[in-house]
Design a protein around this ligand. Sequence first.
Ligand code: NOJ
Ligand code: CA
Length: 719
Amino acid sequence: MIIDSFKLFKYQIMRFFRYIFLTLFLFLLSCSNNTKQSIDSPDGKIKLVFEIVDGELKYDIKKNSQQIINPSSLGLILQDNLNLGNEVQLKNFEVDEFNETWTPLYGEFSKIKNHYKSLTLELNKGDVDFKITFRVYNDGVAFKYYVPKQKSIKNYNIIDEFTEFNLSSDDTAWWIPAFSYRRYEFLYVESKIDKISKKYFSENIEDISYDSLGIDAAHTPLTIKKNNGYLISIHEANLIDYSSMTLAPRGNGSLEVELYPWSDGITKVKLDSQIVSPWRYIQIADNSSELLMSNIILNLNDDPDPDEDYSWVKPGKYMGVWWEMIGTNESTWFQSKYHAANNMKVKSYLDFASKHNFDGLLVEGWNKGWYSEWCCLGEGIPFSFTETFDDFDIDLLSKYALKKGVRLIGHHETGGQIQNYENQMEEAFEMYKKYGINNIKTGYVNDVSKNIKVYAEDGTISKEWHHGQYMINHFQKVIDIAAKYNLMIKTHEPIKDTGLRRKYPNFISREGAKGQEFNGFSSNGVNHATDLPFTRLLSGPMDYTPGIFQLNNFRYTEPGSGVIDKNAIVPSTIAKELGLYVVYYSPMQMAADLPKHYMKHPEAFEFIKKVPVDWDNKVVLNSSISEYVTIARKDKNSENWYIGGITDEMERNFDLNLDFLDIGETYDLLIYKDRKTTHWKENPMEYEIEKIRLKINESSKLPIFLAPGGGFAVEAIKL
Ligand code: NOJ
Ligand code: CA
């Protein structure tokens, strides 16, 4: 008893002195404009250092003692010219560690580990308080700004965020231009960081020099190969009620955040009562295969609210009354002799989709508002989302579909006329729900920079950027209201993916890059498909719409002409089109070609029918950035694995290691591959299917040939 009270006394004394020391320490800290804190990743390899140097905020990142990000500035400037990047003092800081494994509703993995160390800095500038939180993962570093509601701030609008990512002039980036007319739908260009500019893009890829609005900057995710060999990707996560981030070159390898402004050209973010920025993050990998394995973007988002039930969200595969307008050019969206969305045609597609076990059928051009010049300048007759064309009987067709075990997939092309869409949205969603439709493809074609028109009550028009806060809030509104009607949304011309699918699983997929459609009406060239996995796809699923089998002689000069456009080709091979179903992840995957083209190659079509869309695990078997990649994925609902590989214009021979399969077990491998004589341009539709039975041991290998511009797909069935 005596001993116990003595112990207690000693403990209290120690606590008292600890308190005094800590207070003294923090007092001294706050008197100085200099401080330095650091934390390491859980595996100890990545080190983040945060510093206040003469009142200015800096951070830098190293991996294995090698510089990843050189010392770089942090800070925001608010509307009243309050600069939260200088004259700052540290009030307090907290270091923490978090380690959990969580279960996504659908995805590339059935379990995801979220393990990081965090450093939260409580800062003040005069009487303004704010925080910066860092998280250091084994595969990257993230940070965000938080300015809480407080008396000393009158206006929370942001006029500048000057976060920097200082790299080296020798570092190479794969990028697409921001502030340009076609949103994210550009080919990628590879250059040194300092070259990021509309001029460089115009000289090397596509002329956008006339697009003079806006600055020189790259979209994110931005992939960079550092001169010390590390690969990084800079992006943002959890983009909500903010403006999207682009990266502008400032010379000497420096990149600075530039947010899309509102139409006034000055205000970047409008906020009422507090600032919570999205996460800015740098994914860090030793090589290109590791880059493809990160879940950092999902780990930087939250779970759905506990009272939200998303069990109605289901991954699936679909076909579409689509390629015959955009690809083969046999039909029209608008009313004409060749209008595709008519009862008879839709029924025949439904029969086919049902026979081959598809979940959905997209039908475009069903609603009033399509007319011959609908595209692409954000002008034109506003679309109706509730009135059908006369030859499309939605009641009859939706019932026919349901009877056949398929659902119609809705289509809302907004033409970028946002208010027109928002005015009808709720009614349109209600109508779709009534007809048993649970999935909508939305679209925002408006191929002019800063051309989202917002009409004020007095008739004045302001024009917003497609990626500014106005649009980010619009996309969020669509997702929130769609959830009320149990609708999944798959957006074309979307805002980039920032991992919101974790919290809002009904934002099931999106386009957001140059997809297959361009191979229909123009061309992506043979090397674009191998750029996407290392760039756009790092942010999340893409509705690329793979699976074109008729790769040449498919396009008519115009509907009804009967004349084939000999120049139109899809620069791919049939085996590569199959490989894309595994390489490109999307929980809603399309079989994009026409039934008649699939029927020419029924054996290859079998792979599309069987390939899953929801996965348990993923292994990257080989890769070289923008040259080739092979990915193996395990089905979530069986013991089977699927392997897909694609190459650029070079032919390749791989000797794939099969040790990711269960050692000692036997598998039937169905291999869909190019022949020696296959070639994306000369002979794209030649392929062969090989079947082998293999008992797996540690040294089991699969030799495989990929033709120039080709690829392959494998189904590994565990016996
Ligand atoms: C562009 C989309 O990417 C495409 O899929 C769609 O068919 C057209 N817009 C028309 O909405
Ligand atoms: Ca598009």
